[in-house]
Ligand binder design. Structure first.
Ligand code: FMN
Length: 314
């Protein structure tokens, strides 16, 4: 049986729902020799500011049970070097290219977006308002619904590309932030960034990361991310990209059933860049086993206890 894996997210036609997540796949070109980038539905670049940045002092990564705690601090080459040196190499690959946009100020987010708007080959902008590892911007914007609105609104006015704010899981009610983004004109949402964590070295009684706290990723966060994706997808009409601890087709399906239109794979890239081929094969097998012909048929099909009863009552 021929099954369809292509998805449409905010006008972006992706050949399949698997996207490499920001910061875990370099700028994409680093993986050229390891795999066929054309296998991917899309790639999200590492976060970019206007200027180059060194990031935080080391150590910046520590392993945790079923995950990683990182505080890279958005090291990057800056948006102009990305457009001049990296983008021409990336556009040779048949995959969607999303750029992760960062800023210390609302104006910087808008300026980075304006530069990318005119850059050939960029498919969409992911707006990073959720990085826990920087002192300014990042989570400070994504943790306040008013600031979330302001950043997304400014970016919306700076570009015609699809605008996809990346939400923080470090909030009480993610639906407030999802709605703020939708109201500001976002085309889709990425859900979620890393969870704020702390690992302590008990001998020195100091944090294991030089920055102190860090962002937790990997399988450890998956149930939290699935829950937040499900909540966000129910709260808005725009599509949601699910992110958090995905490594297998089963993980992908959890997010799609919860309501995500596509997913991003992060920490698992460090373990096995070959996973995409396997996940695609297993997704096809799942569809065939369930008599389905199109991956979109599983999106938002969660049968949650009490939902049917509530719908009957209106
Ligand atoms: C080392 C590392 C660097 C990251 N850098 C970024 C980044 O630059 N911008 C961003 O929005 N998210 C960044 N993230 C977050 C991931 O894109 C993703 O949202 C998160 O890791 C959860 O997915 P995962 O459990 O599959 O890794 C980073 C994550 C890791 C582990």
């Amino acid at each position: 049986m021929d099954v369809k894996l292509g998805v449409d997210v905010a006008g972006m036609a992706l050949k399949n729902p698997l996207i490499a997540a920001s910061g875990t796949f370099g700028y994409g070109v680093e993986y050229e020799s390891l795999m066929d980038l054309g296998l991917l539905g899309g790639i999200v670049s590492k976060g970019l500011y206007l200027e180059p940045r060194l990031g935080n002092p080391t150590p910046r990564i520590v392993e945790t049970p079923a995950g990683l705690l990182n505080a890279i601090g958005l090291q990057g080459v800056g948006v102009r070097a990305f457009v001049a040196d990296v983008l021409p190499r990336l556009t040779k690959h048949d995959t969607a290219l999303l750029v992760n946009v960062c800023g210390d100020t609302v104006e910087e987010y808008a300026e980075v977006s304006r530069i990318l708007d005119g850059a050939p080959g960029v498919t969409g902008l992911e707006i990073n308002i959720s990085c826990p590892n920087v002192k300014k911007g990042g989570m400070a914007f994504g943790g306040d619904p008013r600031m979330t609105f302001e950043v997304v609104d400014a970016v919306r006015k700076a570009t015609r590309l699809p605008v996809i704010p990346k939400l923080s899981p470090n909030v009480g009610d993610i639906t407030i932030f999802a709605r703020a983004c939708e109201e500001a004109g976002a085309d889709a949402l990425s859900c979620v960034n890393t969870l704020l964590g702390l690992v302590i070295d008990v001998e020195s009684r100091r944090p294991r990361l030089a920055f102190g706290t860090g962002g937790l990723s990997g399988p450890a966060i998956r149930p939290v991310a699935v829950r937040m994706t499900w909540q966000a997808a129910r709260a808005v009409r725009i599509p949601v990209l699910g992110i958090g601890g995905i490594a297998t087709a089963n993980d992908v399906l959890e997010f799609l059933i919860a309501g995500a239109r596509a997913v991003q794979i992060g920490t698992a890239n460090f373990v096995d860049p070959g996973l995409y081929e396997r996940v695609l094969t297993d997704l096809r097998a799942y569809l065939e086993r369930h008599g389905l012909t199109d991956i979109n048929q599983v999106v938002g099909t969660l049968e949650y206890p009490g939902d049917a009863e509530r719908e009957r009552r209106g």
